[in-house]
Design a protein around this ligand. Structure first.
Ligand code: PMV
Length: 334
């Protein structure tokens, strides 16, 4: 009799405050990055695995209830490349049913939540051992999508080796341990300027950093920003948090605009919103700021304590839609 077992993993996405942009080798980052873990924007993956006789790997995949061949192929390639999953693949045929809590192409990194959930579910199914589970899963998630390795902790997470931060590594992410009460309850309102899929993939963008004339300066800047951000999070310094976060968003897009095959992901509306946010901050002295991912949509970050002021301000912005989220602590397997 064949038996089927199943495991469900639910992991959130994250938004980088200090951006990972440029990689080498096996998804190794050229600089350290630091992110805020989200909570409402998550991927849930139900992994069912059934004993089989043939040794050939088998994966059935669905996304939001529908087969999706492009995603299946990417995940199949990922699963078959990792030694950590060999046992599982040899003895079981796999079925993954993946659902996202958030709409597609909205500036929320779906590959981060998806690969975090996939890696955690597969690792749990493959080995009974709980030893260093989160670290191992973070490492495996990184091999699927770099930023996914940061979705395992929260609210703030560092990925990338920095001499001044004990335990930091290029292989996996670690939590930022000392967080001042000012930053314990942060919110993220995602302003949807456009919800079309990205014109240029992250992989293409990362690749354009090799040979980029400003690459070395950028990598140094990001590492410096990570250290400064860790210090700001510890001391509760909003001014530093805002200054680093906004310059990081602009540096990321400046890299895209100055690469050999330059491209723009921001839109006129993106700049209009950025100006409105910075003006509102000047007028009110409230601690809110913007960041951008690889796309035109604007993330507005602010402490929950000023939520009502920020919500009334956002109502004045003419925008397609807004997704409200807040910082979270990572995911679970059940
Ligand atoms: O994880 P990837 O390969 O999709 O790259 C993510 C890159 C950014 O989202 C632009 C920045 C980041 O650190 O998340």
């Amino acid at each position: 009799m064949t038996t089927t077992k199943s495991i469900t993993a639910r992991y959130p996405s994250n938004i980088a405050l200090v951006k990972y942009w440029g990689k080498y080798g096996e998804q190794m980052p050229c600089n350290a990055s630091l992110s805020m873990t989200l909570s409402q924007a998550f991927t849930e993956v139900k992994l069912s695995y059934t004993q089989k006789k043939s040794k050939a790997p088998a994966l059935v995949y669905s996304f939001n209830g529908q087969p999706h061949e492009l995603f299946r192929q990417r995940i199949f390639n990922y699963v078959t490349r990792q030694k950590a999953y060999t046992q599982l693949l040899e003895h079981y045929s796999l079925r993954m049913e993946s659902t996202n809590s958030f709409p597609h192409s909205t500036g929320i990194a779906s590959s981060a939540s998806a690969f975090a959930a996939i890696a955690a579910a597969l690792l749990k199914a493959n080995s009974a051992s709980e030893m260093n589970f989160t670290r191992k899963a973070s490492c495996l998630a990184r091999l699927g999508s770099g930023s996914a390795c940061r979705s395992f902790y929260g609210p703030f997470v560092l990925w990338g080796q920095l001499d001044d931060i004990r335990g930091s590594s290029n292989d996996y992410a670690i939590p930022v341990n000392a967080v001042h009460p000012n930053f314990r309850r942060m919110s993220d309102a995602i302003l949807i300027v456009e919800d079309a899929p990205k014109k240029v993939s992250s992989s293409t963008g990362h690749a354009l950093m090799s040979g980029h004339p400003f690459a070395n300066a950028r990598f140094k800047q990001a590492n410096k920003h990570c250290l400064a951000m860790v210090a700001a999070l510890k001391s509760g310094d909003f001014d530093a948090f805002i200054s680093i976060t906004e310059r990081e968003a602009l540096s990321l897009h400046a890299m895209m605009m100055t690469s050999q095959d330059y491209y723009f992901l921001i839109k006129p509306k993106t700049l209009e919103i950025i100006e409105q946010i910075t003006q509102f901050r000047k007028d009110t002295k409230l601690p809110l700021c913007f960041t951008l991912d690889a796309g035109p949509n604007v993330h507005v970050l602010y402490p929950e304590s000023i939520q009502s002021e920020v919500h009334s301000f956002l109502k004045q912005i003419s925008i397609k839609s807004i997704i409200y989220d807040h910082a979270g602590v990572g995911g679970t397997v059940f």
